[in-house]
Design a protein around this ligand. Structure first.
Ligand SMILES: CC(=O)N[C@@H](CC(=O)O)C(=O)NC[C@H](CC1(C(=O)N[C@@H](Cc2ccc(O)cc2)C(=O)O)CCCC1)C(=O)O
Ligand SMILES: [Zn+2]
Length: 566
């Protein structure tokens, strides 16, 4: 409470100045930030309630566990799992919940190929993590909106969108999605066909949405874990180097050192020594921690840490780059005035690590660091690589878009409490072409089963990051003197690329992000553009269109197969 009283005092002081007509633009900019108080603008008792609510939701989500799948358990006559059936543990709740999201359920959703087990895990997680939050969330929305209004915003969504400093932000996002949707639909149609080959068309509808439990991820947000079921040209060296990492005895520490060496190769900052002493890179066995990876700036120019329950997988190697990208950005703007020590906009902060990972994940780079046997640059290998990148970067786009579309509409009141779950599934079907594998109703709270909703972390930053990171990639590749297809570019060891990146990141939030984009592109543009990501995936797009020529592109909602319907 101390901090908010201090903050409020500064706020009272700052708001007494007629700062809006100060002559100096940087000073005006500083005042525009320091006068936004956020939730501390609430009266003490409501601030306390909101803080406690957020904490309760976060810890409830992080502690959620489910029981092991038991195929022998009785079934209801509609084929549904009987959650109340007694089983050999014959205690009153029928089982002891022992499986947590990380690493157990992440692993199960990625590796199980049993639709029944997947459907059980998918539902049990939502029962354990989402349902209990429903009531709390409504009160949370009320208090968040009250705080936003005290800061002069319409509602909490308006407050969040103000980070992008443009009043037509939603139109910009809609426009980018419209440009990228055709590529997403081609990928969706191809993956659906492959899943029909695996599971049959009684589970996967040939002209309908894909059931969410079959896509290798608890939220169907990235599809990299079903690469084995969908890879265009099987039997070639896999770009998923998980097994090689394990065979070579990589530790979590080694994976973070690998990521750091990429940053250093560009002339960027090494991790400070305290980073290696104080980061938590392995899930502790003696206590419950919030395993959702995170990067922390302790705002003293010395102490920076990552918390990640690291598994030895390619996914976690990429995540290590992502988290270290946050720390690198923190380091690059540490000499800015405190109020400017932030990303030019939230998406920039999310893009940094992913930009380096775009180079680090290339087959040529993986060969260079002995994680991949010699892979010839054949057409088939190119398509396999682009396809695996699309399962991450393209599959994610509609999800990255719809999470905050849902939240903005809840904050604005367009979605009332009685519509939380039905509107969530409207968006999931319309934008993602993904459906619930079993009947859902308003006792469920499926949005709550995704970390960022109980943790109150905005999400559209990832949608924008997945687009802007390709703008960064294109410009850094140009600076590195790359010629040839964009997807083969690897900026490793390029001092020129490093210098350009440093020029952008060191600005922090001192200039509006269009100016940072202008620095990145040497004045060519200051807008978010889908061109680079479309250029990167162009070879895959034409290949998919030829593969899909007899395929039904898109999905019809009424074709959805929803089990649990008698
Ligand atoms: C103090 C604090 O909170 N710090 C911030 C960072 C900062 O603001 O400085 C922070 O650490 N945020 C945590 C969050 C973690 C992750 C995440 O949530 N990812 C999204 C979306 C996504 C999916 C695929 C992908 O390749 C990239 C992103 C998800 O998992 O749905 C999980 C692993 C990856 C990133 C993060 O690092 O962004
Ligand atoms: Zn991030």
């Amino acid at each position: 409470m101390e901090w908010s009283r201090f903050h409020r005092h500064k706020w009272d002081q700052a708001t007494t100045f007629a700062w809006k007509n100060f002559s100096s633009a940087p000073v005006r900019r500083m005042f525009s930030f320091v006068t936004v108080l956020g939730r501390a603008a609430l009266p003490e008792d409501k601030l306390k309630e909101l803080t406690e609510l957020t904490q309760e939701m976060k810890s409830s989500y992080s502690a959620a566990k489910i029981c092991r799948y038991d195929p022998t358990r009785r079934r209801l006559d509609n084929g549904d799992y009987d959650y109340n059936a007694d089983n050999d543990l014959d205690n009153d709740i029928g089982c002891i919940p022992t499986l947590s999201l990380e690493p157990h359920l992440v692993q199960l959703m990625a590796t199980s190929r049993d639709p029944e087990e997947l459907r059980y895990v998918w539902r049990a997680w939502r029962d354990a993590a989402g349902r209990p939050l429903r009531g709390k969330y409504t009160r949370f929305v009320e208090l968040s909106n009250e705080a936003a209004r005290l800061n002069g915003f319409e509602d909490a969504g308006d407050f969040w969108r103000s980070d992008y400093e443009t009043d037509d932000f939603e139109d910009i996002i809609d426009g980018l999605w419209a440009e990228l949707r055709p590529l997403y639909e081609q990928l969706h149609a191809y993956v659906r066909r492959k899943l029909i080959e695996k599971y049959g068309d009684t589970i996967v509808p040939p002209r309908g949405p894909i059931p969410a439990h079959l896509l290798g991820n608890m939220w169907a947000q990235t599809w990299t874990h079903i690469l084995d079921l969908t890879v265009p040209y099987p039997g070639r060296p896999s770009v998923d180097v998980t097994n090689t990492l394990r065979r070579q005895g990589y530790s979590p520490f080694d994976m973070f050192r690998l990521s750091e060496s990429f940053f250093i190769s560009l002339g960027l900052e090494p991790m400070p020594s305290t980073f290696w002493q104080k980061s938590l890179l392995i899930k502790p066995t003696d206590r419950d921690v919030i395993c959702h990876a995170s990067a922390w700036d302790f705002c003293n120019g010395i102490d920076y840490r990552i918390k990640q329950c690291t598994q030895i997988t390619m996914e976690d190697m990429i995540t290590a780059h992502h988290e270290m990208g946050h720390i690198q950005y923190d380091l690059q703007y540490r000499n800015q005035p405190f109020i400017f020590r932030d990303g030019a906009n939230p998406a920039f902060h999310e893009a940094v690590g992913d930009v380096l990972a775009l180079s680090a994940a290339t087959p040529s780079h993986l060969q260079e660091i002995n994680l991949l046997a010699n892979v010839d640059e054949s057409f088939e290998n190119d398509i396999n690589f682009l396809f695996s990148m699309a399962l991450d970067k393209i599959a994610f786009l509609p999800f990255g878009y719809l999470v905050d579309k849902w939240r903005w509409e809840v904050f604005s009141g367009e979605i009332s409490e009685s519509q939380y779950n039905s509107r969530w599934w409207d968006l999931r079907v319309n934008y993602q072409g993904v459906s619930a594998p079993l009947l859902r109703d308003e006792d469920d709270f499926d949005p709550g089963a995704k970390f960022h909703i109980p943790a109150n972390v905005p999400y559209v930053r990832y949608f924008v990051s997945f687009i802007v990171q390709f703008q960064f990639h294109a410009e850094l590749c140009k600076a590195a003197g790359h010629s040839g297809p964009l997807h083969r570019c690897n900026i490793y060891r390029s001092a020129e690329a490093g210098r350009l990146l440093r020029n952008v990141l060191s600005l922090g939030k001192s200039r509006p992000w269009p100016e940072a984009l202008s620095v990145l592109t040497s004045g060519r543009t200051n807008q978010l553009e889908a061109g680079p990501i479309l250029e990167y995936f162009e070879p895959l797009m034409s290949w998919l269109e030829s593969q899909n020529k007899d395929e039904f592109i898109g999905w019809q909602e009424n074709e959805a197969i929803v089990l649990g319907v008698v």
